[in-house]
Design a protein around this ligand. Structure first.
Ligand code: 7PM
Length: 282
């Protein structure tokens, strides 16, 4: 119910909102690093005011087709942002990274949680995470970001994802990470067709038997664009707000503890409605 996050705690007895903060160079007007830091801090401040419980700082684009970011570049983007937020804002900071160097330095800079779309499978990542006292989110992905959407394939998507997450929990446990420090995420859109994603959302509640909190990211993803498809094609990314909020509500009703979103205010309102109902249902 309470998740210890280094110097902070999260109350997971109601759905929590994680706001996305991208610190890739293309995410801000091209005024250089100081401008990017300042813009990022303002965005973090705004998300906090809008009801975010966690700010997820990410410096590597996992966009399909994206080129990999070098370690030094990722450190240069992420670490100053973590330092700036942790010294100024009263909010839990998570860092979206697969790099052991970024994990180690982010923890020193004041990060409260680690979020890895590769579930700590990179060389040295489990050891680096274990050496911090921070919780880790283990996400499922099939394939690699550049090619994962080319013909994703499963025997039974829910069972396959479940078994993968169970194995990663086991591997992290053996490396000295306590179960009380782990979260899982089925990885919507990461090597999944629309039907794969919908099956995972429909069966989300069943992830609870892994006995760790569940985090989901559905915000603005292509599955929302595909569900809202018209003759004009998939709904563009800037018009997926209502679909994204609806998906967040379904996920929270189906047991998600943390929902990772771009539109904090709208999602926070919707999840307060879910929390009000859930409090009297179970
Ligand atoms: C382009 C495509 C840019 C996709 C960014 C993305 C998740 C995550 C991301 C998630 C967890 C996005 C993704 N998605 N971490 N990081 N779960 N734990 O849509 O679903 O934001 S990046």
């Amino acid at each position: 119910m309470i998740l210890r996050c280094g110097t902070r705690t999260l109350d997971l007895s109601y759905p929590n909102v994680m706001g996305v903060l991208n610190v890739t160079p293309d995410s801000f007007s091209d005024g250089g690093r100081f401008s990017a830091l300042d813009d990022g801090l303002k965005q973090a401040e705004r998300m906090l005011a809008e009801g975010a419980h966690i700010i997820d700082v990410g410096g590597e684009s996992t966009r399909p087709g994206a080129t990999q970011v070098g370690t030094q570049e990722e450190l240069d983007r992420v670490i100053p942002m973590v330092e700036a937020i942790s010294s100024r804002l009263d909010v839990c900071i998570s860092v979206d990274t697969s790099s052991p160097e970024v994990i180690t330095n982010a923890a020193r800079a004041g990060a409260n949680m680690l979020n890895d779309v590769r579930a700590l499978q990179r060389e040295g990542a489990v050891q680096a995470a274990a050496a911090t006292d921070l919780p880790v989110c283990l996400m499922h992905m099939q394939g690699q970001p550049d090619t994962m959407q080319n013909n994703p394939n499963y025997h039974q998507v829910f069972d396959d994802v479940y078994v993968f997450l169970a194995k990663r929990i086991q591997a992290c446990s053996q490396a000295g990470i306590d179960l009380s420090r782990m979260l899982v995420d089925p990885g919507f859109g990461f090597g999944k067709s629309l039907d794969h994603n919908l099956t995972l959302l429909a069966k989300l509640e069943k992830l609870k038997t892994l006995r760790v909190p569940v985090l989901v990211g559905l915000s603005r993803k292509s599955m929302i664009g595909a569900i809202l498809k018209s003759d004009a094609g998939d709904r563009p990314v800037d018009d997926r707000l209502f679909g994204s909020v609806s998906a967040a509500v379904i996920a929270a009703m189906n047991g998600a503890h943390i929902v990772r979103v771009h539109d904090v205010k709208e999602t926070a309102d919707a999840l307060k409605v879910v929390a009000a109902v859930k409090r009297l249902s179970d």
